[in-house]
Write a protein that binds this ligand. Sequence first.
Ligand SMILES: [Zn+2]
Length: 208
Amino acid sequence: MSALPSHLELVQGVVLPKPVGADPVLNFLNTRSDFDGRGPAANEWLTSYEALVIWSGYVGLLADASVFRLIEQASVKPTDATRRLDAAREFRADLYDVLTDEAATGSFDAVARAVGRSTARRQLSAVPADGIGVRATWELPEDLGLPLDQLALLAAELLTGTSRDHIRLCPGDNCGWLFLDPRGRRRWCSMATCGNRAKVRAHAARTR
Ligand SMILES: [Zn+2]
């Protein structure tokens, strides 16, 4: 078997892009490449509902046990799982528009609706406090909607927080990946891919 390119990793039998966005939501947007309209992606890594769940586990959003149980649920309800995958990809496209195109008001409305649905599914649940009394934590139901719920809530945090202003778009050819650049020092999604390609091109131009 040939080795994978350095920006990809084989995780539980699924090829996934390494998380280089420095933010879970941006890493989710980077699960496809070559965003040019809404047609099929040049590279699509969320090829099945199972891939979405395994990706969520890979980037630390889901515990291993949850990944296992959701894959089981998906095998019992494959049609529902496919619908959830479509919804996640749709959300990904809308959110990408919102972050890269200031005129994307239709996409913003769609993102806001998805965030509203996920917010409504949160339950406040009691856990013991460190000192006196009880503290609370938000919990989401562990069903097929969980991966998108988590991403929608994190997306709302990203859109409303200070990190929003530090999102940059990789200028690499056919890339389109996004990443956080709080110190203004980063140009490429990854030096190993786009950064290196640009270096090779610059070298070829110099020696021509
Ligand atoms: Zn790139």
